[in-house]
Design a protein around this ligand. Structure first.
Ligand code: AMP
Length: 215
């Protein structure tokens, strides 16, 4: 199954992608994770992306399109993929469409996760993640057993550099301006499945399971 998870920062795209990996046995492709790794490795691409990511702006289309093109060509994507955080602009969506069409493939579902803005800010300011294993926590809604320590691998939890209120507000505004138009783009193609993302991760997982099995 070829799936896109669409939604503002904090909507739960990463959380749901991780749950879907197990259910569908296909990989998650998170452009945010790929970019953070490039920044950490100090590659040329990482250095190019760093300032944009720190301020919450989008990294140029050609950079992310190149990254996704390479990733989708890998063997583990043959049975399908879950795109998390890509596409984020109409140019990216068009490039994805061309790329998939060139190999006789297409998207099956674009799940748009809707969450009110103040809830997004609450979720992101309290988010803590484990750079070692990718596990995610929230200081109030899903605290780790021991403060600052990952339950799964005992790694040290971090707050992402862009999870501060000023950058969060900018990321949401960038989403409204550049990414939200994708809802119309995919609605017109009959691929959009809008869902209410304000429940618990388990509740949202059930809703997504229903919409992707029905449509
Ligand atoms: P995320 O982890 O998805 O919240 O992404 C973190 C940051 O990476 C974003 O605020 C952007 O600066 C950058 N980024 C991730 N995916 C994309 C994309 N598809 N297009 C442009 N920039 C992206």
């Amino acid at each position: 199954m070829n799936l896109v998870l669409l939604g503002p920062p904090g909507a739960g795209k990463g959380t749901q992608a991780k749950r879907l990996i197990e259910k569908l046995a296909i990989p998650q492709i998170s452009t945010g994770d790929l970019l953070r790794q490039a920044v950490k490795d100090e590659t040329e691409l990482g250095l190019q992306a760093k300032v944009k990511m720190e301020t919450g702006e989008l990294v140029p289309d050609d950079v992310v399109i190149g990254m996704v093109t390479q990733r989708l060509a890998q063997d583990d994507c043959k049975a399908g993929f879950i795109l998390d955080g890509f596409p984020r602009a109409v140019g990216q969506a068009e490039a994805l469409e061309d790329l998939l069409a060139s190999v006789g493939r297409g998207l099956e579902h674009v799940v748009s996760i809707e969450v009110p803005e103040e809830e997004l800010v609450r979720r992101l300011t309290g988010r803590r993640s484990c750079p070692a294993c990718g596990a995610m926590f929230h200081v109030s809604f899903n605290p780790p057993k021991q403060s600052g320590i990952c339950d799964a691998c005992k790694g040290e939890l971090i707050t992402r550099a862009d999870d501060n209120e000023e950058t969060i507000r900018n990321r949401i505004s960038v989403f409204r301006q550049q990414t939200e138009p994708l809802k119309d783009f995919y609605q017109a193609k009959g691929l959009l499945r809008g869902i209410d993302g304000s429940g618990t991760p388990a509740e949202i997982e059930n809703i997504i399971a229903k919409v992707i099995s029905k449509a």
